[in-house]
Ligand binder design. Structure first.
Ligand SMILES: [Zn+2]
Length: 113
């Protein structure tokens, strides 16, 4: 196996371990500062969704479905497949970021969740 492939596999393994650790620890922002971040509820929403509770999952975090895709897109934005469609990727990421900000402000200011 090429050295670059091993490095990429190790990076992906490290990222998966970090995500698993964060899922077990909970949101660092909420744990340390008691402030909900825009991603608060994503893990719980996915767990609800995987358990078959679609409505509760959307109530927990309405953007839980596109979030993993956008995280992957953001993490791989410098790879050749994404670079080939850079404008589309940038548009998707900017749109998702804008939605996330609006959603976060809405649920924080209006619903206090
Ligand atoms: Zn959070």
């Amino acid at each position: 196996m090429k050295k670059r492939t091993v490095k990429l596999l190790l990076l992906h393994l490290l990222a998966a371990l970090c995500l698993a650790a964060l899922a077990g620890y909970g949101c660092p922002s909420y744990r340390l500062l008691r402030l909900r971040c825009p991603g608060c509820g994503l893990t719980r929403a996915w767990l609800l969704f995987l358990g078959g509770h679609l409505a509760e999952a959307f109530r927990m975090h309405a953007l839980f479905l596109p979030a993993p895709f956008c995280i992957l897109l953001l993490a791989h934005r410098h790879t050749p497949p994404v670079q080939a469609h850079r404008r589309l990727a940038t548009g998707i990421l900017c749109g998702f970021f804008l939605l996330l900000v609006v959603y976060h402000l809405g649920r924080t200011l209006l619903f206090r969740r």
